[in-house]
Design a protein around this ligand. Structure first.
Ligand code: BJW
Length: 249
């Protein structure tokens, strides 16, 4: 395995930290084979812009198309497995007394890896809710209609994710903002820092004096401001960071 250089000052700060908050985005799932949100889609879906499908307007216009897009993505995610970067975050949770993992990912890979202190800011692709009542629905009859109907009101079901223009789940956003305001170290990993309000979280932490660390192969609007920038893949850098922090202690 390639030796990944981690600044010793970061290792030292992490070893002594009581509070750590981590924000993850699609780049963390990329190495599990789940394409990033803005990555070109393949096959039948190549002609659609994801930003045009992940909206309530798109669902109103063509609910079948949007439901089928999510069914296709669910299938890809079922075939994916968490990687060494996901597992390194589980180890970090076990080492840090107050730890929060705030994810924008809807694929559930962090939970499958074993993370518990998890905040899902943009929902979860494997849950459904009623588009009319905005209430979770766990069971419905599969009579072939796409999308299926809500067993309570007959409205259309939709994936329980947050689309553009929709409010984030209030409790999740509140927990994430609290973590960003109180943490000593904030990690921003595999996110383009373009989508709000999640993109604000590292800036809130920075403004209150936290150490902010970015892990990403590409620069983002956050990059010029961070305390440490680790340029590269999460699946390579996170295991190296965790090994150098706790196994070499
Ligand atoms: C690697 C890697 C490797 C690759 N290792 N890294 C302020 C200013 C401007 C606009 C707004 C604003 N506030 C709100 C808005 C509007 C809008 C918004 O932010 N628009 C921007 C595009 C400008 N925000 C909203 O609409 C939000 N709602 C809202 O604000 O509501 C207000 C309201 C209040 C009260 C009542 C009503 C309304 C909602 C945002 C919801 C976002 N939803 C999505 C879809 C989820 C469902 C689905 O998946 O289909 O969430 S959009 C999409 O973007 C998805 C992601 O979670 C999210 C973030 O993307 P992410 O994770 O950053 O991925 P990418 O692809 O952008 O980047 C990947 C990164 O990984 C890259 O940097 C790579 O380099 C890197 N990478 N390989 C590490 N191996």
């Amino acid at each position: 395995m390639r030796e990944v250089p981690i600044p010793s000052e970061l290792v030292n700060r992490l070893r002594h930290a009581r509070q750590v908050a981590v924000l993850t985005g699609a780049g963390v799932s990329a190495e599990s084979g789940v394409p990033t949100f803005r990555e070109a889609q393949t096959g039948l879906w190549a002609q659609y812009d994801p930003q045009e499908l992940a909206t309530p307007e798109a669902f109103r216009r063509n609910p079948k198309l949007v439901w089928e897009w999510y069914a296709w993505r669910q299938e890809r995610i079922r075939q994916a497995e968490p990687h060494a970067g996901h597992r390194a975050l589980v180890t970090m949770e076990q080492q840090i007394p107050e730890f929060s993992l705030i994810t924008q990912n809807v694929d559930g890979l962090h939970r499958r890896a074993g993370s518990h202190q998890l905040v899902e800011l943009h929902g979860n692709i494997f849950r459904a809710k009623c588009f009319s009542e905005d209430r979770p629905v766990e069971n419905w009859s599969d009579d072939g209609e796409i999308p299926p109907r809500c067993p309570r009101c007959g409205g259309l079901l939709r994936p329980d994710v947050v689309w553009f223009g929709e409010a984030l789940p209030a409790a999740a956003l509140h927990t994430a903002q609290h973590a960003a305001r109180t943490t000593e170290i904030f990690f921003s990993i595999g996110t383009s820092t373009l989508v709000y309000p999640a993109a604000d979280l590292p800036f809130v932490a920075l403004g209150l004096g936290a150490t902010v660390v970015e892990i990403n192969p590409q620069p983002t609007p956050l990059s010029p401001h961070v305390t440490f920038s680790l340029t590269g893949a999460a699946g390579e850098i996170l295991p190296a960071l965790v090994n150098q922090t706790w196994e070499a202690a």
